[in-house]
Design a protein around this ligand. Structure first.
Ligand code: PLP
Length: 894
């Protein structure tokens, strides 16, 4: 019989055990091994059965056991210590507090942001809160955790999906099956945000046709960081609206739009409610992790137009100043776009967010104004970039790819000048480091120094790895590999039972994999650019590697294909079929249901982490960083983070092919062949050779040296702590400063004075710009030859039309030139206005230009708008350069 109603009956903890509730409600347990050990000791069997989930553990432990514990003095002592440790963690000063300028000092205006709101469509905090599909969500989770460790006052904002992302199993013939278990919020580590009256706080977003979308705000506590999750599955909603937060990345485009409206608009409203109800400081900076939450900017414009009486342009300036946008995809097809009509329906007419927000202005923000852009589409990344004064990609290479990809938004500028910087992703060490690695670190360094090294970051401390004896490192790697092998066998049996195998067929799984064989891990989502099956390019050759008599390898693979991606599912099936073959199934395994808990086992136990994306489509990639933190060596295409930090000693680089076949045409088959062959050769000749080269004591000394080098040099770099600190100093702090400058009141108490002025200035400059011209350029001071080190004087005559010298910057831009006369690696220098103007009132600018490199050298001059509150001189996309008719006089120079 089916129940007509479902309740969750909550456990009442006996008084002395109340702190267990506190510990369970704060997700800090997910990166704090001591707290997990405490929960495990409550009831090891139930702990195991719940997959290590404290909330479910407390709901399932028999009352007698709790009664016993309530009088177990030893347990209570440990419990008291753990609860106190958590309280210290939550309230004590941390890194952010130590770098904060004193409130009354000279630097008070430079104080760091009071709070930062961080929006993301998914958050991967722990397998017990399955609200993520892959790297984007895990990164968001790691960002919150590192922010918490550093004391950065972040508020996370996301959605609570009733089914999360799907769970994956396999059919008998290796086809991906998707399951959507219902997640009962009462069984999740979240609490309901309540209003002054103790009722659940809700937010509402208006939809076209007089529909309203309500959402309850649930809060997950990620250490010090509150994560607000909006849940639309509540009685106030009609059936369609209830389903808005049904699942992650499911449904059609309208469904996705409603999710993004809830996340962006509802999210800002949730933040306001949360701050009002709890006294948390209001965010000064809003950071959107990918474009999905971009509507948060529109909601903040609405606030300023409706509540503060600003016009659209002034509001836009104020909002942009405090917004940071991080782009994550170098694949144009991966960008989130909607039909303009759909946007017009949801943000126009009766459903306009505010009177002062005409639909044309909204549509302009997402317009694809570049040459091959689509006039029908609204592009969320374009809106993200227009609504954020500061933007970044997630590795150095990805920053450069993003500047090219979005260059169309800044016509007139070279890609190198597109105002998108980069901050390379990092991973949260306490989450991803095996407890055994942490324990060894604590033994070698001391607990406090280890925490400092992992939480605050610092190179010197990681060098201590060099002092750890080789056999200790090797023993640790053996232990971790052995644990992985056990876990693989367990999961393999489970998967085969699920695929319909009887017990009698499963004997072989007891000896699948070998704890002494070189173990390669490969796990990721399955979009085609990640090339799940590259290793199958030559199946016979792969088989030979697996079955090599002296130097075998074993491979563990996992990954989910998006439910709508039939191609991805076929790749999985190909791999599963290969690994089902009795000839190799003890050496290659595909494990279903890649999630954070499986991921941890893989990163801990693998010797080599493989990644073979199509360069440059992997924006950063973080799984290899997590593996490196456990002493695994990376074997990867030079893409994303590996392009930046591969140093020849910390792993191997798979060479990339230009993808041009013998006939000179791009050919992906050819490219895959070349890169797969390179991969086989590396494994065969270098990786296995080094792993199996043993000294008389059985130690692979050169391998261990690479492990040490990896830990010592990559350890401090791959940290999410390093990443979050960079976000604070390079993006959040400057954003807060500009935001404050723009929102400050003028002398008459008129708030947002500078925003109003900046908007008016921009309008004036835009309008007057067609009148700005470079009239005449001349250089003097050089003989007949240009020699290294000589300096010439550049003099430029400009006509500024209705603008004045204070509105512009006149620059000379110089550098090496390529065969098409394009300046590369340009250096720009501002010229100074000369005291006099010419007879017709045109202004003269001049300055020195030093010839500081040999070879083909060139220069040009240009005029840019200039204002102290611009984020970058390219911000307006305006530039005036000499046209062909301009007179250039270089004297005798040839
Ligand atoms: C780290 C992680 C990812 C992202 O890995 P990439 O290397 O960026 O592909 C995806 N899923 C899980 C479960 C992870 O832990």
């Amino acid at each position: 019989m089916k129940a007509i109603r479902r309740f969750t009956v909550r456990t009442v903890l006996p008084g002395p055990l109340q702190p267990l509730g506190e510990l369970a409600r704060n997700l800090r347990w997910s990166w704090h091994p001591e707290t997990r050990e405490l929960f495990q000791s409550v009831d090891p069997e139930v702990w195991e059965a719940t997959g290590g989930d404290p909330v479910r553990l407390l709901g399932a432990v028999p009352a007698e056991r709790l009664a016993d514990l309530a009088s177990d003095r030893r347990f209570l002592r440990r419990l008291g210590a753990a609860a106190e440790e958590l309280r210290d963690y939550l309230t004590g000063p941390r890194w952010y507090q130590t770098v904060q300028p004193a409130p009354d000092g000279d630097a008070a205006a430079d104080r760091l942001p009071d709070a930062i709101a961080y929006f993301s469509p998914e958050f991967g905090i722990t397998a017990a809160l399955p609200q993520y599909s892959g790297g984007l969500g895990i990164l968001a989770g790691d960002h919150l955790k590192a922010a918490s460790d550093l004391g950065v006052p972040v508020i996370g904002v996301g959605l609570l999906y009733r089914h999360g992302y799907f769970r994956q199993t396999l059919s008998r013939d290796g086809w991906q099956q998707e399951h959507y278990p219902v997640l009962d919020p009462n069984e999740l580590p979240v609490t309901v945000l309540r209003d002054e009256h103790g009722d659940p706080a809700t937010v509402v977003v208006d939809l076209p046709g007089d529909r309203r979308l309500h959402a309850r705000v649930r809060v997950a506590h990620v250490g010090r960081v509150p994560l607000l999750l909006l849940d639309s599955d509540i009685e106030e909603n009609g059936a369609t609206e209830r389903d808005v937060t049904d699942r992650l990345y499911g449904g059609g485009s309208e469904h996705r739009l409603l999710q993004e409206m809830l996340l962006g608009i509802g999210g800002v409203r949730a933040v306001r409610r949360y701050c009002a109800l709890t006294g948390h400081p209001e965010p000064e900076v809003f950071h959107t992790n990918e474009g999905h939450a971009g509507f948060l900017g529109l909601e903040r414009i609405r606030e300023l137009t409706e509540d503060r009486g600003l016009d659209f342009d002034a509001a836009l300036e104020a909002v942009r100043a405090g917004t940071v946008f991080t782009t994550h995809t170098p694949v144009p097809a991966g960008i989130d776009r909607f039909d303009r009509d759909l946007i017009a329906r949801h943000f126009g007419g009766d459903n306009a967010l505010a009177d002062g927000m005409p639909i044309e202005r909204v549509l302009e923000l997402g317009a694809e104004t570049w040459p091959d852009g689509s006039p029908q589409l609204f592009n969320m990344a374009a809106m993200g970039l227009r609504l954020a004064q500061r933007a970044n990609g997630v590795s150095r290479l990805h920053g450069s790819v993003s500047r090219q990809m979005f260059a169309g938004l800044w016509p007139g500028f070279d890609a190198a000048e597109v105002p998108i910087t980069s901050i390379t992703n990092g991973v949260h060490a306490p989450t991803w480091m095996a407890p055994e690695v942490g324990a060894l670190g604590a033994r070698e360094l001391g607990q406090q120094r280890l925490e400092d090294a992992m939480v605050v970051g610092g190179h010197t401390r990681w060098d201590a790895v060099d002092d750890i004896p080789a056999e200790t490192i090797w023993e640790l790697r053996r232990t971790l590999r052995g644990r992985l092998v056990e876990e693989v066998r367990r999961r393999l049996r489970e998967s085969w039972r699920q695929r319909g195998a009887g017990e009698a067929e499963l004997g072989w799984t007891d000896t699948a994999l070998d704890p002494d064989v070189l173990t390669i891990g490969f796990a990721r989502r399955v979009p085609s650019y990640k090339r799940l099956t590259l290793m199958l390019r030559n199946p016979r050759r792969l088989q030979r590697l697996l079955l090599h008599p002296e130097r075998p390898v074993q491979i563990v693979i996992a990954g989910k294909a998006h439910p709508a991606d039939e191609g991805g599912k076929r790749l999985i099936q190909e791999l599963v079929r290969f690994s089902d073959d009795p000839a190799v199934r003890h050496r290659i395994v595909f494990l279903p249901d890649y999630d954070m808990s499986l991921a941890q086992h893989l990163y801990w136990g693998c010797d080599v982490w493989l990644n073979n994306p199509l360069r440059p489509l992997e924006a950063c990639g973080t799984s290899g960083m997590k593996a490196a933190l456990n002493g695994a060596l990376n074997l990867s295409i030079l893409d994303g983070w590996w392009d930046e930090w591969y140093d020849g000693e910390n792993g191997w680089a798979i060479p990339t092919s230009q993808g041009v076949g013998a006939d000179g045409h791009p050919n992906t088959e050819y490219r895959d062949d070349v890169e797969a062959t390179a991969l086989y050769e590396l494994v065969e000749n270098q990786v296995t050779a080094r792993f199996y080269a043993r000294d008389p004591d059985g130690l692979p000394l050169r391998w261990i040296e690479m492990v040490r080098h990896t830990l010592a040099t990559l350890g401090p770099k791959v940290l999410a702590a390093r990443m979050v600190r960079e976000y604070v100093t390079e993006l959040y702090a400057p954003a807060a400063r500009t935001q404050r400058a723009l929102s400050a009141a003028g002398p008459d108490g008129d708030a947002y004075r500078a925003a109003v002025e900046l908007a008016a200035w921009k309008a004036r400059v835009r309008q007057a710009w067609p009148g700005v011209r470079v009239d005449h350029v001349e250089t003097t001071g050089l003989g007949s030859t240009a020699e290294l080190g000589s300096t010439l004087n550049v003099r430029v005559r400009v006509d500024l039309g209705e603008l004045g010298p204070g509105d512009v910057d006149v620059q000379v831009m110089a550098g090496r030139v390529d065969s098409a006369d394009r300046i590369t690696e340009a250096v720009t220098t501002s010229l100074k206005p000369a005291d006099r103007s010419d007879l017709e009132g045109r202004l003269l600018y001049e300055g020195p230009l030093t010839l500081d490199r040999t070879g083909a050298f060139g220069y040009t001059v240009r005029v840019l708008p200039s204002h102290p509150l611009l984020g970058s001189p390219t911000e307006l996309g305006l530039v005036a350069t000499p046209d062909d008719s301009v007179h250039v006089d270089d004297g005798d120079l040839r």
